[in-house]
Write a protein that binds this ligand. Sequence first.
Ligand SMILES: Nc1ncnc2c1ncn2[C@@H]1O[C@H](COP(=O)(O)OP(=O)(O)OP(=O)(O)O)[C@@H](O)[C@H]1O
Length: 892
Amino acid sequence: MEAALKGYFGYSTFRPYQREIIQKVLDGRDCLVVMATGSGKSICYQIPPLVTKKTAVVVSPLLSLMQDQVMSLKQKGVRSEYLGSTQTNSSVSSEAEKGMFDVLYMTPEKAISLPPRFWSNLQAAGICLLAVDEAHCISEWGHDFRVEYKMLHSLRDLLAGIPFVALTATATERVRGDISTSLVLHNPHVVVGSFDRYNLFYGVKSCNRSLPFISELVNDVSKKSAVGESTIIYCTTIRDTEQVHEALVTAGIKSGIYHGQMGSRARGESHRSFIRDEVLVMVATIAFGMGIDKPDVRCVIHYGCPKSLESYYQESGRCGRDGLPSICWLYYQRSDFRKADFYCADAKNGTQRKAILDSFMAAQKYCLLATCRRRFLLQYFGEECNTDCGNCDNCTTVKNERDLSKESFLLLSCIKSCGGRWGLNLPIDVLRGSRAKKIVDNNYDKLQMHGRGKDYSPNWWKALGGLLIAHDYLKETVHDMFRFVSVSPKGVKFLSTADKMDGRPLVLQLTAEMIDLEEHGGSQHKEGLNPVPTLESEKFSEDESKLYQMLLNVRMKLAQDIGTAPYAICGDQTIRNFAKMRPSTGARLANIDGVNQHFISRFSGIFIQNITQLSKELNLPLDNSPLPPPLTTNPENIAGVPKPKNNLPGILGDAKLTAWELWQKQEFSFLKIAYFRRAVPIKEQTVIAYILDAAREGCELDWSRFCREVGLTPEIASGIRLAISKVGSCEKLKPIKEELPEKVTYDMIKTFLTIEERGLSEQVFGNHPADGVATRISVSDRDGTPADGVSVADAGEANPSAKRGQTDGMVVSAEEPAMKLQRIEEHGAESTGTAAATEESVLDLVASRNGVSLEDVARHFKGSKRESVVEILENLESEFSIYKKNGSYMIM
Ligand SMILES: Nc1ncnc2c1ncn2[C@@H]1O[C@H](COP(=O)(O)OP(=O)(O)OP(=O)(O)O)[C@@H](O)[C@H]1O
């Protein structure tokens, strides 16, 4: 499966649920898949034919959508065609029934009218599934009821034993029930994913359709077009469509128009120029709704309140389907709300009328909302959501507010530790690492928070002090003309809850001075005390942005030359990766996410040539390393971050702590966390690294859920253990990764190492491989051939030497632990085994070696309990006697 995913689609990991659904289909099980727009449902029916070499038949409601998908699949080397009224090639049908296509699309009308002979021939040639896309069209309760969809059940008898897969992005429980009954699904595997489109920003504006307003709209849209980004403007009437289109054209913005009164040819032409980026703006009625499969639409504007919240979700869902940050605006005016009767005119009975009215009312409510819009949307679709998203207009209106709990914690605790005997200046000097005489004489330079506040200027801290005084967290008193600042009872309470890690965020409105200091060099980092390094590294330099634009042009030119859409060649994210990593060889390029085999054989040469030449012109170095974020925190940071055992916010920094809390307590997915309250999302890998850091610092983690989400099975863990033993060290991840099949990711390796480091291996993975089973990774996996990764074989079965602990091959002994992580084994003979661990003896041990792991120390002091060893190490760390780097303790 993974080989097909990378080979044809260029992706190295499945998104949530994809693998599970594909496996069920391969097992022959019916499936009902309800997953958000853009979540990757198509891959669930596109991979099985590539694995089984049998045709997948896909029923889809719109010809234009099918044509786009066929075009895209062909670019990926997948044999694909469609059957429908606009198919001009008469041989497609006969080729299809001979099983000559991997994926065969057809309209529902076509599907129910094909003769039984077609189906029996196709079945003889090989058919692996029948997918019903946009399956909500089956239900009268759905918002796009199609009568032909209701007749699809007739295919059931013709395709006995073939799994049916129904897919939709919007389906209430009632609609789900209808789909299941109508398609006669047998014990279907039901997957209901999150409706959340994390990468979309939602916003609403009220408007009056006046000319100044249209010119504001035109102005906004032109900014998107100027940087090559696509926008769809949905209008509720043809009149509006024409008016907005005209305004855009007058302003010199190349834009297309699409509505039901245009002839099919004109609509087709308009559609084609939009997906080929010949025009970057499409002004359309909802006739352009489902029929658009362009993944890189960056902005969807609704000009008028939509007829239902379901259709709003569907249409706005056309935005950012490639997962990159994108924007959805809805402009409404109060008169829109009077259209209920108009929408209800189509209703055939009272039930339908009520359904239409209900969803129209929900759309109105969405317009008028003063609270988190995403939360409202999700709750409407029955998804539990207890937090505001931080990524909609209502969540971001007050822009100068920020959670300053970490900074406040530092300042308050520093003032408290200094005994409240001073004004603000001295504690601030302590935070900024001063060694002034007064500070050293009072031993304040030994405080944990000494030097922790260097990232902000003294004036910034003073402004925060003023804020904390204003909010009663600090108390200012005057004695003999001197001002003293101490922590108030409210501040003490804050400190104690923050200490217990369940403190609430302390959101304060930043003063103008603080903002000014942050923006104009007063502070080194806008993001906070510990800015997120990956965010920085993900940012493009000016030259990288130039390179990105140039490479977009290269892709555009290529697409024009071969008559396809630029996105069908590769996605925007892939081009971003090119601009960031600047691969100079085919091998490096092939490793980039989004690069598939077809791309390598057809386009790698031209892209490498352009990347090399343009990077040279821009003076950008080639082969920028896409290395994963470091396994542990940078030692420089560690040196600056003391480790009081119960001061996790202090140790971890906001970003890590928040990531951990969202994951562990709120059960957010990695992806959702990546977008949480960020204008620029961080990578999922970064989120994973953050949470692992938190675990390493002692935060509790649901390891079985974590491993499941990362994809780390006990078998893969055994494989990683073997690879480490082969490499002989876990200092660097790359050599370990290179020993393993492609499907084993850095995230899996990092997770494994954290589990090992925390001594939880047995608990998490069971007794692998010491339970009498040896695990082997087939070499073919490493070559990338389609094998399912890790196979388990009996230890004694093929290779007797396995029992003797052979580690140069890929088999490990059942009796001898394969771990060779610890350098201590080199020193094994010296180990006293019985010596008791004390701070002194542990310090001696650390000082005598160039890095020891927890296991080293625990093994060395077998006479002491592991918990005591851990405690001693933590104490030494918080006293700055030692620090940790890549899982090893070093002397300071
Ligand atoms: N495993 C993956 N890794 C990275 N990108 C993926 C993965 N699976 C799918 N995608 C990309 O996500 C985008 C959306 O996928 P897809 O078109 O299948 O969504 P969908 O769920 O069918 O959406 P809709 O309901 O809007 O039709 C596509 O650009 C696709 O290539």
